[in-house]
Design a protein around this ligand. Sequence first.
Ligand SMILES: C[S@@+](CC[C@H](N)C(=O)[O-])C[C@H]1O[C@@H](n2cnc3c(N)ncnc32)[C@H](O)[C@@H]1O
Length: 285
Amino acid sequence: MTLRTWTIREVLEWTTSDFAAREIATPRLDAELLVAKALGIDRVGLYLDLNRPLVDDERVAIRELVSRRRDREPVAYILGYKDFYGRRFSVSSSVLIPRPDTETLVEHALTCIPEDAPFRVIDVGTGSGAIALTLAAERPLATVTGTDVSEDALAVAARNAEQLGLGDRVRFERVNLVNESSEYDLVVSNPPYVTGAEIAELEPEVRDHEPTLALEGGEDGLDVVRALLSAAAGVTHAGAQMLVEVGVGQAASALTLAERSGAWTPIGTYPDLNRIERVVHLRRT
Ligand SMILES: C[S@@+](CC[C@H](N)C(=O)[O-])C[C@H]1O[C@@H](n2cnc3c(N)ncnc32)[C@H](O)[C@@H]1O
């Protein structure tokens, strides 16, 4: 008996309709990325060879990646990387996948960091190191510390520092929020901020695959922000600044918490590309 042969075109079409039937949001794109990865080529390479029949080993490799995606594992974890602010970051299931929303925080942080003078920055809850390493890459005179409670996340961040050639200016520390013996000019953080009620409503890609430690922010989503307002006050001087990413509808409450803390004066809030007030900007009183 001869088994049916499949061409690249056919496998892309089959996978796309399978993903679409499973309500995966971008079925064709995901199919192309995963088939290209399994074949060790890029997406353009697929189109140069659409009518090529696949050999058995290639079909096995494709089937394995497609099956992971059918289980709603995020494409970034399957590929092993995600692009953020123009750079490529390794990711694993130990870290949150860097989001475009967080580029809003990076853009505003860059306006706070001088280009021509040393400056000390701390990124609390650094995960893959996306924020810390982007700031260091964009501001060569800045020294940046990234903290996290997850040892596995810090290993991913250290690998990214190495890959981006930033190991000498970015230091990673395993600590709860901040190490109290240091002082900084700017605190940035994208803390876990999903509320208890929202967790159940998340897409399976996030809820079932991204680390809970990177997502859950307690009943109102602001538990880590509360703790950070107080901890960051202990490692900053008067006039130092803080930029914190928050969830939908949380910006006003975060500003109120900051004002009540007595340590921080609100400067403003900034929207992301979807016009959601995403970043809270504070100055140390
Ligand atoms: C939302 S993720 C942000 C990851 C990365 N900064 C980004 O923007 O892509 C939050 C990170 O905070 C870390 N985290 C949670 N609680 C923490 C704490 N008390 N101290 C330090 N890091 C914490 C988690 O392990 C996770 O890596």
